[in-house]
Design a protein around this ligand. Structure first.
Ligand code: B12
Ligand code: SF4
Ligand code: SF4
Length: 366
């Protein structure tokens, strides 16, 4: 990073206010500034890793302390500008689709276009505006994928508190938002950290988690989290979790949907986040019938593309195993018994077994 030119404290205070205005103009709902001391969070992260909660996400441990020491990742960093971008599109059903087991539930952050590029571009625009004011500064923009403690930085920058579901929650906006950061060597004045916590005696997220993944308040064992099982895990989904996954085929929102603060979510007007290809309401069978070419075409620019066609079929097979019995579902599964992937075939066999058990029950009751 380059060294910022000499600027007085008064200039920096005025600049921090302007940065907040620019942030709003760029479409961010909130922006806060913090220093780089994450000593307490470093200990929590180390405990989390020691417990093995990261499962196969080896990238979580790979970068050592660079994740909790911003200046080790990006030398010269003294401040972090943390931003929030709300993503729930207007008029999108959430709990209704979850309650319709023949439909696929795709996590609501993923029914439209990918957010990484959009957010990073805006953070870079913000940095250039700052440079237009003060001359060259050292900076780097991050969104999600880099070794950055995004929630811890956001809490310190005053954006919200850690809910019992581990999400960063804002009392006026819930938690259905993305976080992003600008690391910089500009010694801006910092904002007050968010010190209060508003969960109180509520425990709704922990009770609602289908797989019991929230093992302590604020701590998620990723290995049991449906988000991990459907997006991060490469191999077979452990059988113990398959029934509990229900119709959740990409990510999971349950611990947010039940949260009382979610009712304060404001709809996002970003065209990028509008659902595409009916991904917010499609039938499981319809998605399972997509060819690989259709999958690649329809998920271009979507976060779903990342898991690839094989894991897409794996997840949908589990959803179909959990769907109510129907001849259409059984027929769709039978077609995929010949699919050239052991992973897919094993999940299809599991789903067919579940479907046949339900067929027997239907006949017995009928
Ligand atoms: C790895 C990861 C996952 C993993 C692990 C999740 C987890 N809870 O750690 C999996 C794949 C399961 C996952 C799932 C989801 N993720 Co995710 N994920 C990440 C990632 C890359 C790193 C998170 C991390 O560092 N985890 C390690 C733990 C230790 O860190 P932490 O959760 O920040 O820890 C804080 C609290 O949990 C608490 N804490 C932890 N241990 C302890 C112990 C004690 C004693 C106490 C008191 C507190 C405490 O304090 C910690 C900080 O000090 C971040 C992006 C990033 N680079 O930060 C996105 C991120 C956290 N994910 C995000 C999202 C949207 C999701 C999902 C909602 C996606 C979905 N719909 O399926 C789910 C939500 C699951 C959940 N309830 O957490 C957003 C969260 C936005 C927000 N409002 O909080 C992020 C920030 C990405 C982004 N740029 O927007 N994710
Ligand atoms: S995302 Fe779903 S599985 Fe993961 S902790 Fe939340 S409710 Fe549980
Ligand atoms: S559901 Fe309740 S306990 Fe969980 S994060 Fe929301 S307010 Fe906190």
């Amino acid at each position: 990073m380059s060294t910022p030119s000499a600027i007085t404290d008064n200039d920096l205070g005025a600049l921090a206010l302007r940065i907040k205005t620019w942030g709003r103009e760029l479409g961010f709902q909130q922006l806060g500034i913090t220093d780089v001391d994450l000593a307490e969070d470093e200990q929590r992260l180390e405990r989390w890793l020691d417990a093995g909660y990261q499962g196969e996400m080896h990238f979580m441990a790979k970068h050592g302390r660079k994740r909790t020491r911003p200046a080790e990742l990006e030398p010269g960093t003294v401040r972090v500008i943390s931003v929030r971008l709300d993503y729930l599109p207007p008029e999108v059903e959430t709990t209704k689709v979850l309650g319709q087991p023949a439909k696929a539930y795709v996590s609501r952050y993923a029914t439209g276009r990918d957010y990484h590029k959009l957010m990073r571009k805006r953070l870079q625009t913000l940095a250039r505006r700052i440079e237009a004011e003060v001359g060259p500064i050292g900076y780097r923009a991050f969104v999600d994928s880099a070794p950055v403690m995004e929630r811890a930085l956001a809490r310190k920058a005053g954006l919200g508190w850690f809910g019992k579901n581990a999400m960063l929650l804002n009392p006026k906006a819930g938690s259905l938002f993305f976080l992003g950061e600008l690391y910089t060597d500009l010694p801006l004045p910092v904002d007050e950290p968010f010190e209060t916590e508003h969960c109180g005696s509520c425990n709704a997220c922990r009770t609602a988690c289908p797989t019991g993944a929230i093992v302590e308040d604020q701590v998620v064992d990723a290995r049991a989290c449906i988000s991990y099982l459907t997006i991060e895990l490469f191999g077979a989904i452990p059988e113990q979790y398959r029934a509990a996954m229900g119709n959740r085929v990409f990510g999971c929102d349950d611990c947010q949907l039940v949260c009382p603060f979610t009712r304060f979510t404001r709809a996002s007007s970003e065209p990028d986040f509008a659902p595409r290809h009916d991904l917010d309401r499609a039938e499981l069978v319809t998605l399972f019938g997509w060819s690989e070419t259709e999958f690649l075409e329809r998920t271009a620019g979507s976060p779903i593309r990342r898991i690839g066609y094989e894991r897409w079929l794996r997840n949908l097979a589990v959803g179909l195993g959990n769907a109510p019995w129907s001849p259409t579902v059984e027929a769709a599964l039978l077609v995929r018994l010949a699919y050239p992937s052991d992973l897919v075939r094993e999940h299809v066999r599991w789903a067919l077994k579940r479907q046949r058990e339900k067929r027997q029950e239907t006949i017995a009751v009928g």
